[in-house]
Design a protein around this ligand. Structure first.
Ligand SMILES: [Zn+2]
Length: 326
């Protein structure tokens, strides 16, 4: 069983540490410029709770967004994007040095079996540049051209030059946008990408298209190995994965699932005021993991509101399954 655990809501963790980020159009990515050590601390917290992959703090970043909201040149903005990778990589190196010492001093096979954690470069939908929570509705899609999506994603793929193990194009709510960025990925054959959809229920992506149609449209040329769902309720993941079993078999797909806790932001748009509301569904999240693995999920983590402790719960669950299958 080859399942890797992804990290959780790093920006939630930053917010929980007392930094108010929800009113900032660069959100947690501002910290790449102002609090790099804090970002490393958050990465290391997830690593210490056992995850196998960490995502760069670049979801809300883009070269044009950093130029606009942090008054940087294009070249400086590119350096900020790449710094997200360097900080993630440094965190892994520092964690791994300590971990190996611990593993050597222990006779635990779980400790000894663990591989060095990997780094995933993270890019959000173009919606993040508008900072209006459009990634949960897709309402922006008629306001942007295909060329704007291509140009923006193309320049933000400079993350790849900093050396990442996966590229996540995530929280995409619109089929058309997913198709456009998937086509662009042909120019980055070594990206090891996943396209991850934001879904509004167990059958539809945020903008309303049927999830299985959206998946079909991005996998049919056979170039994608991973497709994901993220930042939706954990209760939607099983029906979503069930609906794409035909594509799983036809294209040898693996799924990446990192739902949120089920809590949602109370307002239509993000801002300094507001809070997450609704029930925290972590008690239903972890018990569903074996089912997701049976349905083809090979990378599982958490999105908004999931904490390092929640990720530890996933790690324990996956380790338990691995041990029972030995
Ligand atoms: Zn999220």
């Amino acid at each position: 069983m080859n399942v890797l655990v992804l990290d959780g809501g790093a920006s939630t963790e930053i917010n929980n540490m007392g930094y108010s980020i929800h009113g900032d159009p660069l959100w947690s990515s501002r910290m790449l410029m102002t609090k790099p050590e804090l970002i490393k601390g958050v990465h290391k917290s997830f690593l210490e709770h056992g995850c196998d992959i960490i995502q760069t703090i670049s979801y809300q970043a883009s070269i044009s967004g950093i130029q606009k909201y942090a008054n940087k040149t294009a070249e400086e903005a590119k350096e900020v994007m790449q710094k997200s990778v360097h900080l993630a990589r440094e965190s892994v190196e520092e964690f791994w040095k300590d971990y190996q010492k611990k593993a050597e001093a222990s006779d635990s096979t779980i400790l000894a079996d663990k591989k060095k954690p990997l780094v995933c470069g993270c890019l959000g939908a173009i919606a993040v540049q508008f900072f209006n929570a459009g990634e949960y509705s897709g309402a922006y899609i008629d306001e942007v051209t295909e060329q704007e999506i291509i140009d923006s994603t193309d320049q933000d793929c400079s993350l790849l030059e900093a050396g990442i193990d996966y590229l996540a194009l995530e929280t995409i709510p619109v089929q058309k946008e997913a198709e456009i960025v998937t086509k662009l990925l042909r120019e980055f054959p070594n990206a090891n990408p996943w396209i991850s959809f934001q879904c509004k229920d167990g059958n539809h992506i945020g903008h309303g298209e049927v999830f299985s149609d959206a998946v079909q449209s991005v996998v049919q040329d056979g170039l994608l190995k991973y497709v994901g769902v993220n930042c939706c309720s954990p209760l939607y993941v099983t029906p979503l994965l069930q609906s794409v079993q035909k594509q799983r078999k036809a294209y040898s797909l693996e799924f990446v699932t990192y739902p949120n806790t089920g809590e949602i932001w109370e307002k239509e748009t993000f801002g300094e005021t507001g809070k997450f509301i609704g029930d925290n569904l972590m008690s239903s999240f972890v018990p569903a993991v074996p089912e997701w693995i049976d349905l083809g999920a090979s990378i599982i983590g958490g999105c908004c509101q999931t904490t390092p402790k929640d990720i530890q719960g996933l790690v324990d669950c996956v380790n338990g399954l691995k041990a029972s299958k030995k």
